[in-house]
Design a protein around this ligand. Structure first.
Ligand code: FRU
Length: 921
C-alpha cells in the first residue's frame, strides 16, 4: 500500500513538472503592446484595429492586447490603468477626448511605459510619439477642394464638426477656416457641432437648412457625418445642389471612396488610421531605436479624378491584407495544429515515459515478488524442517512413551511369576499338615528367591529413577580391582557349573587399584556377568580379562561370552533404557545395561561392546583420582559393600526338574511348556499325583507334544524360543496334535493377547499370578470337555457328516469315515493304509483316534463294518453272506459272530425280528 501511494505521488509530481513545462510562462518571452481604443462602433476604427493586428502578426515577438472603451472616457481611463498594471511594454492610446485622457497617459509615462498616441491627441507633449495625419492639413485640403470647385470662388458653406474636445475636430476646423476665411466670397454660413457619428448632424443641419436653402457646400469632419448631412439635405430636396466633402476616405462598401465613386460625396480627404504604423513604431521603440516624436501620415484628396486609382490601390492593399490575414489564419491553424500535435507528442512522450516507469516498476515488483517468493520458500522450507523435527520429536516421544509403557508392562509381568510362586508357596505352606522338611525347605527357598528377585527389580527401578533425577553421588574408595572383581566372579561359578559353562578370569596386574563406588561397580559387573550367563548356552564359555590399557591411565575389563550375540543393527541401542535386543526372548527389565553404562559414566569411564559370535563388553575405568575431584574419596577402607551375591540364586530358577513319584494307574499325560523352572517345579509338585506331567522349557515343545501326544497342554506365552502363540498354532494345525486341548498360562492379561491366543486355537486362558486350584480345575475341565466330545463323536457319528460342529476335528472324523466307507469291502484294508492316506504315523493315528473316540483304529474300522452291515440288513434284500463280504468280512460266520457280539443278535435273527438294536460302537 505504501509503495502504491509513493508511486502515485511521484507520478503526480512528474505530471505537474510536465504540464508546467507545456503551459505558457508567467514571464513573457516577447513583448506585449497594450492598445486602448476609444471605441469600435465605426468601420474606420475597425480598420485601425485590423491593420494593427495584421502588423502585429508579422512580428512573432509582439503580442497585442486591445481594450475598447466604447466611447466612455471613464472606461478608457480604467483600461489604460489596467494596461499600466499589466506592465505592457508599449502603450498605444487613441484618446476619446484630449483633456480627460492626458493625466492617465502621463501616469503611464511616469511608470516608464513608452506611450504612443494615435489619431486624436492629448494635451501637452508628455508621450513618446504620435501617429496620425495632420488634421490642419486635412481641413485645409477640404477647403482647397471647395475653393477649386467654386465658380468665381463664391458660395455658402456649412461646416459639420467632430466631437468637441477631440483634437481632429479642432484641427480640421482650424485648417479649413484658415483657407476659407481668406476668401471673400466663400462664406461659412453655419456650423453644426457633431460627435463624429451620422445622426449627430441631423438636428443642427436641419435647423440651418430650414432657415436657408442657399447652401452650396457642406464640409463634414468625417464621411459618416457627411452621409447624415446628405440624408438631411435630401429630405429638403437640396442634395443635388450641395457639394459634400468628407474626411476619412475609407475603403469598403460604405466607405468614403465608394461614396465618392457613387457621386454621393464630391470628395473625401484621406485620413489613414495609422494602425500598422503605430505597431511598427512600437516595435522600433522596443528595439530601442530612436523614433520620431511626431509621425505624420500622408493625406490626399480623393475625388472623381483619382477615385478609381485610389480604389484600385486600396483594392490591392486590401487584397494583400486579406492574403496576409488568410496566411496568418493558415499559420495560426498550423500553429494550433502544431501545438496540438506537439501536445499530443508530449502527451505520448509522457505516456511512453509513464509506460517505461510502469514497466520498470513492474520489473521491480516482479523481482521483489520473486525475492519474496524465494524468502517465503526458504521460510516454508524452514517450517517444513521444523515441522518434521517436531513430528520426529513427537514420534520419538511416542516411541519413548511406548517403550516406557512396554517397559513397565514387561516389568509388571516380571513381578507376576515371583508373586505367583510366593503366593502359591505360602498357600501350600498354610495347607500342609505333615510338612516334611524337604517340602518346607523348598517352599521357603522359593519364597526367599522370588522375594529377592522382586527386590532386585525394585532396586533397579529406584536406581533408574535416581539416575533420571541426577541424584546419584558416588562414594569412591580405593579398591583392588582384581580382588573386587574376583569376589563377584566367584559368585557366578556355581551357577555356571550347573550349566556346564566354563568361567575364566585373567588379570595382568593383580595389584591394580582403582577408585570406585563399590556398590555401583558391583551392580555393573553383576549385570555384565549375569547377562553373560543368561545368554551363554550349555557347555559355553565366559571369560573375563582385566588389563592395563596402553593409555597408562586406563584399566580395561573385558567380559566375553559365547552366547547368541547382539544383532549388529541393535548394538548401538543396547544401552538405551528399556531396550531389549530382538533376539533376546529371555525375561528381563531392559534396565541392566542402561544402569551399567550410567554408573561407569559417573566414574568418568566408558562401556563398549563387540558382538559377532558371542558378545564382549569392555569397561574402561580411569586410574587415579583426577576425575573424582567433586567427591569425597575414602582411602583405606576394607573391601566392604552391599554385595549382590545373595541375589544370584534368585536370577536362575532351580534348573533341575525332579522326577516325583506319580500314581501308577495314571493314564493322563499333561505337557507343561514353561521356562521358569521354579514355576514348572511348583506345578509338577502339585500335579504329580493326578497326572503324568511332562515338562518342556519351550525349546523342544513341539517335539515333546508330538512324542507324547498328551491329553492336555499347559503353555506359557513368553518363551525363549518360539512364543506360546506360535507353539499353540503349530500344534493346532497339525493333525497329530490338533485334538489336544491347550491351556495358556501367562503374565499377559491384555485383551489383545487373549484374542491372539484364542485365534491360535487355545482352549483356555489363565493369567499370572494364578491360583493352583484354578489351574488344576481348568485341566479337569478341558479333559471333561474332551470326554464329552468323545461321547458325542461315538454316539452321533452319522451327524458329524452333517457338519454340525464344523471344527477341524469334525472334518477329520468326516474324512476318516469316508475313507473307511470307501474301503469297507476290502478285507485287507489296514491301519497302515489309513495312516498313509492321512499322512501321519500309525502311532499318531492310533493316539488321535483313541483320544477322540476312545477306540483303537481297528476297533473303529470294525464298528463301521458292522454298522454298514446292519444298515444293509435293514434296507436291502441281500442275504447275510453277501452283506458279510460287502462289508469286508472274509467269512459270513465271523461276520455273524462279530455282529452278535456288538448288537446281541445274529444278523439273521435281527432281520427276522426287526427289533431296534442297542446302537453302540
Ligand atoms: C472615427 C472618426 C473618424 C475621424 C476620426 C477623428 O471614429 O470619427 O471618422 O476621422 O475619428 O478622430
Amino acid at each position: 500500500m505504501k509503495t502504491i501511494v509513493k508511486y502515485v505521488r511521484s507520478i503526480s509530481i512528474l505530471l505537474i513538472i510536465l504540464f508546467s513545462a507545456c503551459s505558457p510562462d508567467e514571464e513573457r518571452e516577447g513583448y506585449l503592446i497594450g492598445f486602448s481604443q476609444a471605441m469600435t462602433t465605426d468601420n474606420w476604427r475597425k480598420e485601425m484595429n485590423r491593420s494593427m493586428r495584421i502588423e502585429t502578426s508579422l512580428h512573432p515577438e509582439l503580442d497585442l492586447e486591445v481594450l475598447d472603451a466604447a466611447g466612455n472616457i471613464q472606461k478608457q481611463i480604467e483600461d489604460i490603468n489596467l494596461l499600466i498594471d499589466k506592465k505592457v511594454d508599449v502603450l498605444i492610446v487613441s484618446p476619446i477626448q484630449s483633456a480627460p485622457i492626458t493625466p492617465i497617459i502621463e501616469k503611464a509615462m511616469s511608470e516608464g511605459i513608452s506611450t504612443i498616441v494615435i489619431d486624436r491627441k492629448i494635451e501637452g507633449s508628455n508621450y513618446t510619439a504620435y501617429v496620425g495625419a495632420n488634421n490642419v492639413e486635412v481641413g485645409g485640403n477640404a477647403a482647397k477642394y471647395i475653393l477649386s470647385h467654386a465658380s468665381h470662388k463664391k458660395g455658402n458653406i456649412i461646416e459639420i464638426k467632430g466631437l468637441a474636445g477631440s483634437s481632429p475636430a479642432y484641427e480640421r476646423s482650424l485648417g479649413f477656416r484658415n483657407v476659407i476665411n481668406k476668401q471673400t466670397n466663400l462664406k461659412i454660413i453655419g456650423t453644426v457641432q457633431g460627435d463624429w457619428e451620422k445622426h449627430s448632424v441631423e438636428v443642427g443641419l436641419k435647423k440651418i437648412l430650414d432657415s436657408t436653402s442657399n447652401v452650396n457646400y457642406i464640409f463634414t469632419h468625417n464621411d459618416r457625418m457627411a452621409q447624415g448631412a446628405l440624408e438631411v439635405a435630401r429630405k429638403k430636396g437640396l442634395d443635388d445642389n450641395i457639394i459634400f466633402v468628407g474626411v476619412d476616405g475609407l475603403y469598403g462598401p460604405s466607405g468614403g471612396i465608394q461614396l465618392v465613386k457613387d457621386g454621393i460625396l464630391s470628395a473625401t480627404i484621406l485620413y489613414p488610421t495609422g494602425g500598422s504604423e503605430a505597431i511598427r513604431l512600437a516595435k522600433n521603440l522596443l528595439q530601442n531605436e530612436v523614433v520620431e516624436k511626431n509621425n505624420i501620415l500622408k493625406t490626399v484628396v480623393i475625388d472623381s479624378v483619382n477615385v478609381d486609382i485610389m480604389q484600385n490601390q486600396f483594392n490591392k492593399l486590401n487584397q494583400q491584407q486579406t492574403d496576409i490575414e488568410e496566411q496568418q489564419a493558415i499559420i495560426r491553424e498550423q500553429i494550433t495544429s502544431y501545438n496540438t500535435q506537439n501536445s499530443l507528442i508530449q502527451l505520448m512522450a509522457f505516456l511512453l515515459f509513464l509506460l517505461l516507469i510502469l514497466a520498470l516498476y513492474s520489473i521491480y515488483l516482479l523481482i521483489r515478488v520473486k525475492r519474496g517468493k524465494r524468502s517465503l520458500e526458504i521460510i516454508n522450507k524452514k517450517i517444513v524442517v521444523q515441522r518434521n523435527q517436531i513430528e520426529n520429536f513427537a514420534k520419538q516421544l511416542r516411541k519413548t512413551n511406548e517403550t516406557k509403557i512396554n517397559f513397565f508392562t514387561a516389568l509388571s509381568h516380571e513381578f507376576k511369576t515371583p508373586l505367583t510362586l510366593i503366593t502359591s508357596s505360602v498357600e501350600s505352606l498354610s495347607k500342609a499338615k505333615d510338612q516334611d522338611l524337604d517340602n518346607y525347605k523348598y517352599e521357603t527357598r522359593l519364597i526367599m528367591n522370588n522375594s529377592k528377585r522382586l527386590l532386585r527389580l525394585i532396586n533397579e527401578l529406584l536406581d533408574f529413577r535416581k539416575l533420571e533425577t541426577r541424584s546419584f553421588v558416588i562414594k569412591p574408595s580405593r579398591t583392588n580391582i582384581y580382588e573386587f572383581f574376583k569376589s563377584i566372579f566367584h559368585d557366578f561359578k556355581t551357577e555356571a557349573a550347573i550349566n556346564s559353562i566354563d568361567m575364566d578370569l585373567k588379570c595382568t596386574n593383580k595389584e591394580l587399584e582403582l577408585y570406585i563406588d563399590r556398590n555401583m561397580m558391583d551392580k555393573v559387573f553383576f549385570n555384565l556377568l549375569s547377562n553373560a550367563l543368561k545368554f551363554t548356552p550349555k557347555n559355553g564359555k565366559i571369560s573375563v580379562r582385566i588389563e592395563e590399557s596402553s593409555d597408562p591411565k586406563k584399566i580395561n575389563i573385558y567380559v566375553k561370552d559365547s552366547g547368541i550375540g547382539i544383532p549388529s543393527g541393535e548394538q548401538e541401542r543396547i544401552f538405551d533404557p528399556y531396550f531389549q535386543a530382538t533376539n533376546n526372548l529371555k525375561p528381563g527389565s531392559g534396565m541392566g545395561l542402561y544402569l551399567t553404562r550410567e554408573f561407569v559414566k559417573l566414574h568418568g569411564g566408558t562401556v563398549s561392546l563387540r558382538s559377532k559370535k558371542g558378545t564382549e563388553f569392555c569397561v574402561s575405568l580411569l586410574e587415579g583420582t583426577e576425575h573424582l575431584k567433586d567427591y569425597i574419596i575414602s582411602q583405606d577402607e576394607p573391601l566392604k559393600y552391599e554385595k549382590l551375591e545373595t541375589h544370584i540364586d534368585s536370577l536362575y530358577p532351580q534348573a533341575v526338574m525332579k522326577d516325583l513319584p506319580g500314581v501308577l494307574d495314571n493314564e493322563l499325560n499333561i505337557l507343561l511348556i514353561e521356562d521358569n523352572l521354579d514355576l514348572a517345579n511348583l506345578i509338577q509338585r502339585n500335579f504329580h499325583k493326578e497326572y503324568n506331567l511332562h515338562h518342556s522349557d519351550g525349546t523342544d515343545a513341539i517335539e515333546k507334544a508330538l512324542d507324547i501326544v498328551p491329553d492336555a497342554i499347559i503353555c506359557d506365552l513368553n518363551l525363549p524360543d518360539k512364543s506360546g502363540f506360535e507353539i499353540c498354532k503349530e500344534l493346532k494345525n497339525d493333525l497329530r496334535t490338533s485334538h489336544i486341548p491347550v491351556i495358556i498360562l501367562t503374565a499377559l492379561n491384555d485383551e489383545e493377547s487373549r484374542i491372539k491366543a484364542l485365534r491360535s486355537g487355545a482352549d483356555f486362558y489363565i493369567t499370572k499370578p494364578f491360583n493352583l486350584e484354578v489351574l488344576k480345575q481348568s485341566v479337569v475341565s478341558v479333559l471333561y470337555n474332551r470326554e464329552k466330545l468323545r461321547y458325542y463323536y461315538t454316539n452321533r457319528i452319522n451327524e458329524i457328516e452333517d457338519n454340525k460342529l464344523n471344527t477341524s476335528e469334525q472334518e477329520f472324523l468326516k474324512q476318516l469315515n469316508e475313507v473307511i466307507d470307501k474301503n469297507l469291502q476290502d478285507q485287507n484294508f489296514s491301519v497302515e493304509e489309513l495312516s498313509n492316506i492321512f499322512n501321519i504315523s500309525r502311532v499318531h493315528l492310533y493316539r488321535k483316534v483313541k483320544a477322540m473316540l476312545g477306540l483303537t483304529v481297528n476297533e473303529y474300522i470294525n464298528s463301521q463294518r458292522l454298522a454298514k452291515g446292519k444298515y444293509l440288513l435293514e434296507d436291502t434284500n441281500l442275504n447275510v453272506s453277501e452283506i458279510a463280504y460287502s462289508v469286508g468280512y472274509s467269512s459270513p460266520g465271523y461276520f455273524s459272530t462279530s455282529f452278535k457280539n456288538k448288537y446281541g443278535l445274529t444278523p439273521k435273527k435281527f432281520r427276522d425280528s426287526k427289533e431296534p438294536l442297542k446302537d453302540s460302537v
